[in-house]
Design a protein around this ligand. Structure first.
Ligand code: XLS
Ligand code: CA
Ligand code: CA
Length: 437
């Protein structure tokens, strides 16, 4: 584990070297490590053992520990060693990733959690690694079978509130710059048994309580909702970025909660990753990213390590357009496939993901510097800066004015062209370099 993964450049064939991720190289005005802000997800990297509904685990994630406390501490050791090895500066966790809740009472669970948090805090001091965001797992325990904030039973709601309070305390204590709400089972299977209005009102109540508490304890990071359209419930309330933004506005939470956009959730919602990021950005709600990818032939959340350079480039274009990350970053909410059971596979997966996003950043920067795409879009909408276009955007034109204007136009058949194929070829040219490399 110990030897550092180094940048060797695109010519290298060393499987344990970065080909594109060069942490200190400056791209778009900042070193790559600051532009990309990579983060390790505790749950996938240190806990998930390859178990799926057809088979038991294939990967030993006890790391030689014998009991829950020892295993949890070993996970901390391995997590920090892996971050060091890969030059990853951040991590993210759910409360239950740090210590298994099993059948413990809330107080017992939190007492054990405190021991691990002490241990993590010490490691953070030694290594300088940082917490990107924390969260509470309010979906795995049977008490959340009907949801947490949206459960018909107030005890589920109260228990979720307690978990969120503690996870926020830990996040604040560890200097985390974000806190995520992913509505694990906040949704429904059938309206035959569901009071949708009450469930949504209650979900907003829980979020308001959390927002107030964050303010009370002086948490200065960002709060994020992570949209996802389905899985585990058939219909998740946080369907996509647009739905969440509407929800936040309805309940007076806009401006208080931003979005954590996950690539695989975007495609499950029938959108591209870039679409979701763009919706977040233009609404002032862009916050953080869960970097992964799904499989277009599978209809579920496969959480694969991202290797699609095209998507990564369009993602980083949105990030640069948003002015880069502030409190957010790129969290690898990704797990290796069941057969990638060797620690070497795990390291190779991160190298693949990090190189993919390094390429994405380099290409996004080139797209902006090249200028052809932006110029094309500006030209395509140029008529809004003059004449009737300007009268509409400035609010001067009435419906009657537009009637009179249109009546004098005669037959309108040709308007602005799209140029999609041309732009796709520009994209390819920029991706593969002006000289074909
Ligand atoms: C599950 C989600 C989850 C959140 C954090 O699909 O991606 O892992 O990121 O609770
Ligand atoms: Ca996620
Ligand atoms: Ca996911």
């Amino acid at each position: 584990m110990s030897c550092l993964i180094k940048y060797e450049g695109p010519q290298s064939t060393n499987p344990f070297a970065f080909k594109y991720y060069n942490p200190d190289a400056v791209v778009a005005g900042k070193p790559m490590r600051e532009q990309l802000k990579f983060s390790l997800a505790w749950w996938h990297t240190l806990c998930a053992d390859g178990t799926d509904m057809f088979g038991i685990g294939t990967q030993d994630k006890t790391f030689g520990g014998a009991d829950p406390m020892e295993i949890s501490k070993k996970r901390v050791d391995v997590g920090f060693a892996l971050m060091e090895k890969l030059s990853i500066d951040y991590f993210c966790f759910h409360d239950r990733d740090l210590f298994p809740e099993d059948n413990l009472t809330l107080k017992e669970f939190h007492a054990n959690l405190d021991v691990i948090v002490d241990y993590i805090e010490e490691k953070m001091k030694q290594t300088g690694k940082k917490l990107l965001w924390g969260t509470a797992n309010c979906f795995s325990n049977p008490r959340y079978m009907n949801g947490a904030g949206t459960s018909p039973h107030p005890d589920s709601f109260a228990y979720a509130a307690a978990q969120i309070k503690k996870a926020m305390d830990i996040t604040k204590r560890l200097g985390g710059t974000g806190y995520v709400f992913w509505g694990g089972r906040e949704g429904y299977e059938t309206l035959l048994n569901t009071d949708m209005k009450l469930e949504l009102d209650n979900m907003a109540r829980l979020l308001h309580l959390a927002v107030d508490y964050a303010e009370k304890i002086g948490f200065t990071g960002d709060l994020y909702i992570e949209p996802k359209p389905k899985e585990p419930t058939k219909h998740q309330y946080d369907f996509d970025a647009a739905t969440v933004i509407g929800f936040l506005k309805t309940y007076g939470l806009d401006g208080k909660i931003k979005l954590n956009i996950e690539a695989n959730h975007a495609t499950l919602a029938g959108h591209t990753f870039q679409h979701e990021l763009c919706v977040a950005r233009i609404n002032g709600a862009f916050g953080s990213i869960d970097a992964n990818q799904g499989d277009m032939l599978l209809g579920w959340d496969t959480d694969q390590f991202p290797t699609n350079v095209y998507d990564a480039a369009l993602c980083m274009l949105e990030v640069l357009r948003a002015g880069g990350f502030t409190n957010g970053g790129l969290n690898f909410d990704a797990k290796v496939r069941r057969a990638s059971y060797q620690p070497e596979d795990w390291v190779a997966a991160f190298i693949a993901g990090m190189d993919t996003f390094a390429l994405g950043l380099i290409i996004a920067d080139r797209i902006i510097k090249d200028g052809r795409m932006d110029a094309f879009v500006a030209e395509r909408y140029a008529l809004w800066n003059e004449g009737i276009g300007k009268d509409i955007t400035s609010g001067k034109a009435t419906l009657e004015d537009l009637y009179n204007y249109a009546a004098n136009l005669g037959t309108v058949k040709t308007v602005t062209h799209g140029g999609q194929e041309y732009l796709e070829s520009v994209m390819n040219q920029i991706m593969f370099g002006m000289n074909g490399n």
